[in-house]
Design a protein around this ligand. Structure first.
Ligand SMILES: Nc1ncnc2c1ncn2[C@@H]1O[C@H](COP(=O)(O)OP(=O)(O)OP(=O)(O)O)[C@@H](O)[C@H]1O
Ligand SMILES: [Mg+2]
Length: 189
């Protein structure tokens, strides 16, 4: 869909212009809000991601999950199979850099899990609308994942306010998130 492509480019270009200090302080606000949410504190099995380029920083979040004694799951994307699998990660130093430069679990070291055993998903994204629809990077990985798990599982996206748009082009397979955390607060859908 070309409208999605254009929108991705526009929003990502805006996000690229965030200064390092803005990226850092906004990411800190987002992490603080997220880590105070009941839905996050109440569960033990949390899927997260490792930020790439100018995504909201998840470093403090991932460390918090491990420090709290909760289980952390991180995604590994297989482009050839067009699939995303979550692996249990106990030590962030064991991640390896993918061909795309993203830090990912190592299938030689980490154990893959059934996404249905995960209590909550913290997700990245490019753009978000006021109804909880998200635009990702175009792989359909999260849409596919969310289609295969129970509808009521919390799906919390992290984004900067500049990634919020009035309207997104929606296709039948696009899945909604349950919460969006930005530097100015939490939206629940
Ligand atoms: N549940 C699904 N089953 C099979 N294919 C799907 C499913 N959901 C999405 N797709 C495929 O994924 C492709 C990309 O979808 P889309 O452009 O919405 O990606 P996206 O939402 O930006 O990516 P992501 O979900 O990884 O964040 C679509 O062309 C669609 O055919
Ligand atoms: Mg989609």
């Amino acid at each position: 869909m070309n409208i999605k492509k254009t929108l991705r480019k526009e929003v990502l270009a805006k996000r690229t212009h965030l200064s390092e200090s803005d990226w850092k302080s906004k990411s800190e606000s987002i992490a603080n809000s997220l880590l105070q949410m009941d839905v996050v504190n109440q569960v033990n099995n949390i899927a997260s991601f490792v930020d790439f380029r100018n995504e909201v920083s998840t470093e403090a979040i991932n460390i918090w999950i491990l420090d709290k004694g909760k289980s952390l799951y991180l995604p590994l994307i297989d482009m050839s199979k067009r699939s995303m699998t979550f692996y249990k990660v106990d030590d962030l130093n064991e991640l390896i850099r993918s061909d795309y430069g993203i830090m990912e679990p190592d299938p030689q070291v980490h154990k893959a899990v059934d996404p249905n055993s995960i209590d909550l998903f913290i997700t990245p994204g490019v753009a978000f609308d006021p109804h909880g629809y998200r635009l990702g990077y175009g792989g359909g990985f999260y849409d596919h994942l969310f289609a295969g798990i129970k509808n009521e599982i919390p799906k919390i996206a992290l984004a900067f306010d500049l990634q919020c748009v009035d309207e997104l082009p929606i296709e039948p397979f696009d899945r909604r998130i349950t919460h969006l955390v930005t530097e100015t607060g939490i939206k629940t859908f």
